[in-house]
Design a protein around this ligand. Structure first.
Ligand code: AMP
Length: 288
């Protein structure tokens, strides 16, 4: 089983010892961090497998970060499955799990300093979940400062998160490499998500309209953005259990909505409420 570390001091000690030992033996001292909120599934495992290729000293953090949940969001019902998570991590040979309490990460004694996302942090997921990305960036910055990894691994599933993390690292001159792993999907196309466990069978079936819509958009992207959006809408809007929040095509460099005559690489983002569960997905497109 991986060693479960609950405090920042303990983590720094173990990290120091592990690095020193590896250096003494002439081994690999690269440290890789995979931040997660637990309830691990095959999507997380793809990140962890990639992490193992990028360095020997792998830390998986499991922390349901209260700061990135708004009032009335699903912080309380977010799935927590630590025992099963540890079994899965043991099978992957992960040596260390950092699983702090909220008190450890946000002690009452500190002054509540926060990272504030740039303007893209208020769009799409940020429009629906005000403050979400400030909370996410704050915890990522803290985890990077605690673990001091060479590389941090994130999933393409959360494309806006990846964009904002990369922006933060560039804007604040943080020397950590970011590795992005493609989205892992069920055979149905549904992107794996810890929140999928909240879906009943009918909702799960309906939720496949999101990935089906995105795939259809990819096929029609050669006819331009309007055609791609129409193709996705046709499948998503046909599902009564799926309440679309946004469907948008963004520029990969700015993450802002594209101009209607834009041609080239782009990303289509979707978010919807299925039953009571918020789901997101995205794909890359080449608009002609
Ligand atoms: P979470 O536990 O949902 O905060 O996710 C932790 C990391 O796993 C994030 O970098 C996510 O983007 C990534 N992730 C979640 N689901 C998937 C998936 N289906 N495929 C690839 N990466 C994922």
């Amino acid at each position: 089983m991986p060693e479960v570390i609950g405090t920042i001091d303990e983590l720094r000690n173990r990290l120091g010892e592990t690095r020193d030992k590896a250096a003494m033996l002439g081994g690999d001292t690269r440290v890789v961090l995979v931040p997660t909120m637990g309830a691990l599934h095959a999507g997380h495992m793809a990140l962890i497998r990639r992490a193992r290729q990028l360095g020997d000293i792998v830390f998986v953090s499991i922390f349901v970060n209260p700061l990135q949940f708004g009032v009335g969001e699903d912080l309380d019902r977010y799935p927590r499955t630590l025992e099963a998570d540890l079994q899965a991590l043991a099978a992957e040979g992960v040596p260390f799990v950092f699983a702090p309490t909220a008190r450890e990460m946000y002690p009452a004694s500190t002054n509540d300093t926060r990272v504030v996302a740039g303007p893209v942090g208020s769009l799409y997921e940020g429009a629906a979940r005000p403050g979400h990305f400030d909370g996410m960036l704050t915890v990522v910055a803290k985890l990077l400062n605690i673990v001091t990894p060479d590389t941090a691994v994130f999933g393409q599933k959360d494309a806006q998160q990846v964009f904002l993390v990369q922006s933060m690292l560039a804007d604040l001159n943080v020397r950590v490499a970011v590795e992005v792993v493609p989205t892992v999907r069920e055979a149905s196309g549904l992107a794996l998500s810890s929140r999928n466990s909240n879906l009943d069978p009918a909702e799960r079936e309906a939720a496949t309209a999101l990935s089906a819509g995105l795939t259809s958009a990819q096929l029609d992207a050669a006819q331009g953005a309007a055609a791609a959006l129409d193709a996705a809408h046709a499948l998503i809007d046909a599902q009564p259990l799926v309440k679309l929040d946004y469907l948008v095509v963004v520029h990969p460099q700015t993450f802002l909505p594209i101009e209607s005559d834009y041609r080239g690489p782009a990303r289509m983002l979707v978010a919807a409420i299925v039953g009571t569960t918020r789901l997101i997905d995205n794909v890359s497109l080449t608009l002609a």
